[in-house]
Every structure is written in structure tokens, then in C-alpha cells.
Design a protein around this ligand. Structure first.
Ligand SMILES: C[S@@+](CC[C@H](N)C(=O)[O-])C[C@H]1O[C@@H](n2cnc3c(N)ncnc32)[C@H](O)[C@@H]1O
Length: 394
């Protein structure tokens, strides 16, 4: 008997997964061959881009056509290619929210490690351990500036939520695993009363210092060069930010780290955690499930966690009122946990369709006067599409 059409399984979805590695590699190659930068000054033919960038016409013809398919370039009747609003906002390298460097880095630093995934799954041991200071410093020094767009809008949401712009009192912020320093930078941009202590490995602090100077807030920062579990944080802080660090630390170290952060905060202080959250059943969302594989490949004990797991660790440490804060982020659900003393886990839990429709804005690094399209919203949109039309559609 013939199966009804709607119940028939086809290999289409799996075949699409077979090529799912292509879009990030195409975007990375286009960024490193300066295709987006070249088109910033106007529409061009393949030959014109070749002349300007030095890339081969054969290579450009293939890759630029694929970028049209990915809706990151447009092509007109005169065979000229131009940027779309999305590629213009995020893939031209001199823009504040640029993700071009992130894609190039993805290819050079991460894809090569993912090629070892089969062995990693078999042995349970990572291809590299960026949670270790020696390997991690080099890796993160290349990464942190490229992921600023992922957290800028989220940090601004935190600043708004805490009404920092209206505070009259001095606010002491402890920016833990500071990296670029973006959490402290955004909070400092919101109020002259904010003073930040940034903690990171010694080899990373010169990068943090450089970026705080670039944003014009270096004089509001102090630095502690140390591993998180060895550092003396001091105490009496009003706010502690933990941006994208629990996932690489893993459960045991995260719990110790949260207990230590509790002791560093004053009574009534706030901890804010940004994370890739999974649901309680660990069945979605897909970006957070895949990010857990990223942690499998690149760290010794890293993982992604649910809101309730992190909430339990926060409460164990003594925090109260653990809750989620809606914030634009890189996946439909990321976590902020504000807690002590008060805890928030940043969360973007709008329905996937709502996220797709949403036009969130984020403040550019030059401050509240300039606004651009939020990268989190864009990526959420991409993720939604992937749910509707899997694989090559992203
Ligand atoms: C993914 S980056 C996040 C940076 C920043 N908080 C953000 O949200 O963009 C992780 C940062 O944590 C730092 N880091 C990782 N493990 C650490 C440890 N055990 N002690 C101190 N710093 C650490 C890395 O050097 C890196 O700067």
C-alpha cells in the first residue's frame, strides 16, 4: 500500500545538512578576500571586484553567486553585485558591529578542530582546551573583539534594567572573564558613576586595556590579572557580570566561581550572567545544543546549561530572586542570571516567529546617539529560518 504523501520521508533534509558547512565558510572566505569591503563603495561586477581585491575571477564568480543565494549580496541586470542591508551592517570590516572577523576566525581557529569531532566523541577528550590559560589566552585574544556585537545590546539591556543612567551613587562593577571588557564598557558608558574592575588571564589584559581605550572609558577601569578561581576579587561590588564564561568552565568550577562571586558582592548586589541556555529537557534550542558540541570540541569540561541548573547553583551560593531578563542575543534563548543578593539570567524567549519579525536595535559603540540593527535579532532570524527550512536555508 502506498504511504500518504505527507507521511513520506525524503532524503532532502539530510542532503541539505550535508552541505551545511558551506555558508560560514563562504562568508569567511568572502570576508577575508575583502568582497564586502570592496562593495561598500557601490555595485561592482566580478571583474571589478577582482581588480580591486586581487582575487581570481573564477573564485569570485562562484562565491559571489552563492552569496546572492544566501541573500547576503544582490545582483542586478548589469551583472553588478551589491550589499544587502544585512551584509552592509555586519560584514563590512570597518563597521562597529562587524562580524566579518568572527567568520574568518571561525574558519581558521574552530573549523579545523571540528574536523576532529569523530575522535573527540570517541575519546571524550577535546581537540584543544581553551579553558586552560596557555591555549585559552591565544585563542581568546583573537576572539573577544570579534564577539563584541554579540553582547553589546545585551549589556545595554542590563544597564537599562538597572537604571544605571539615573544613579547618583558610585557603582562598583566586577567584570569577570572580561575579555574585550564589553560588559564593563557598556555599563561605564551609561553612567559616570560606574567604576569597573576587570578580571582575566594576564595575557588577555593588554587586549582588554586596548579596547577600553578605544571606547574612551579606560580611566574608569582597574584590572586584575589572574585565573578566576585564584584571583582576589576584593569585595563590596554592586554588580558582577559573567559574560559567556560558565559554558567553558563546566559545572564544578562554575559552582565554585558563583560562590566566590557571591562573597565579592555587597548585600543587595546583582550578578548578571549571559549564557547559551538549553531547555530543561535538553531538546532545544538548536543553537545552544550545537554550542554544547563546540564546548565538547574546545574545552575539557565545558557545556551549555539550563536556566534551572544555573538557578540551582546560584541559590546554593546564596543568591536570591534568580530570574531571566529578556535581552537580544545570539540565539533565541540566551541566559542572563541576575541574583544576591539578586540574580538575572539574560533570556530572549520570544517565540521564534516573533523573533523573526522583531526589529531590535542596538547602540553602536559610539554611544546612544547612533543606532544600528541588532546582530542578535539578525541571527535569531537566521535561526528561525533554519527551523522552518532546514540546513542550506541558513
Ligand atoms: C568567551 S570570552 C567572553 C568575554 C566577555 N565576557 C564577553 O562576554 O564578550 C571568555 C573570556 O574569559 C577568559 N577566561 C576564560 N577562562 C578563564 C579563567 N579560568 N580565568 C580567567 N579568565 C578566563 C578568556 O580569556 C576570555 O577573555
Amino acid at each position: 500500500m502506498k504511504r500518504p504523501k505527507k507521511d513520506r520521508v525524503t532524503p532532502e533534509r539530510l542532503m541539505q545538512f550535508g552541505f551545511a558547512y558551506a555558508p560560514p565558510l563562504i562568508i569567511g572566505a568572502a570576508a577575508s578576500n575583502k568582497i564586502f569591503d570592496s562593495l561598500q563603495s557601490g555595485a561592482k561586477t566580478v571583474e571589478e571586484v577582482s581588480q580591486e581585491t586581487g582575487a581570481s575571477t573564477r573564485g569570485l564568480r562562484a562565491i559571489m553567486a552563492a552569496l546572492v543565494g544566501l541573500e547576503l549580496l544582490k545582483k542586478d541586470r548589469r551583472q553588478k553585485y551589491s550589499l544587502t542591508p544585512e551584509s552592509e551592517a555586519f560584514l563590512v570590516s570597518n563597521k562597529p558591529g562587524a562580524l566579518a572577523g568572527f567568520f574568518s576566525l571561525n574558519v581558521t581557529q574552530l573549523v579545523s578542530k571540528w574536523l576532529q569531532l569523530s575522535d573527540v566523541v570517541h575519546s571524550g577528550r577535546p581537540a584543544q582546551a581553551v579553558n586552560q590559560e596557555d591555549q585559552g589566552t591565544e585563542f581568546f585574544a583573537g576572539l573577544v573583539e570579534n564577539i563584541i556585537p554579540m553582547s553589546y545590546a545585551t549589556a545595554q539591556t542590563l544597564a537599562d534594567h538597572l537604571k544605571l543612567a539615573k544613579t547618583k551613587n558610585k557603582i562598583r562593577v566586577l567584570d569577570l572573564a572580561a575579555g574585550s571588557g564589553i560588559w564593563g564598557i557598556v555599563l561605564a558608558q551609561n553612567s559616570r558613576n560606574v567604576q569597573v574592575t576587570a578580571v582575566d588571564w594576564a595575557g588577555m589584559i593588554p587586549t582588554t586595556k586596548r579596547i577600553t581605550r578605544k571606547f574612551g572609558v579606560a580611566n574608569r577601569f582597574k584590572f586584575i590579572e589572574s585565573d578566576l578561581l585564584e584571583a582576589d576579587f576584593g569585595n563590596g561590588y554592586d554588580i558582577a557580570t559573567l559574560g559567556h564564561i560558565l559554558h567553558s568552565e563546566g559545572e564544578d568550577r562554575s559552582r565554585q566561581f558563583l560562590a566566590k562571586t557571591f562573597r565579592a558582592l555587597k548585600s543587595g548586589g546583582t550578578i548578571a550572567i549571559a549564557e547559551w541556555l538549553v531547555n530543561d529537557d535538553r531538546t532545544k534550542p538548536l543553537p545552544s545544543l550545537m554550542f554544547a558540541v563546540q564546548m565538547l570540541v574546545n574545552t575539557e569540561k565545558g557545556d551549555t546549561f539550563s536556566f534551572n541548573e544555573i538557578k540551582a547553583w546560584l541559590e546554593e551560593a546564596g543568591f536570591k530572586k534568580v530570574r531571566k531578563l529578556q535581552a537580544p542575543g545570539p540565539s533565541p534563548r540566551i541566559g542572563f542570571s541576575f541574583a544576591k543578593r539578586n540574580a538575572f539570567i539574560s533570556s530572549d524567549e520570544k517565540s521564534e516567529n516573533e523573533i523573526a519579525r522583531r526589529k531590535t536595535r542596538f547602540l553602536s559603540e559610539t554611544g546612544p546617539a547612533q543606532r544600528r540593527v541588532c546582530p542578535g535579532a539578525q541571527r535569531s532570524k537566521i535561526v528561525c529560518r533554519r527551523f522552518r527550512r532546514p540546513a542550506l536555508a541558513f
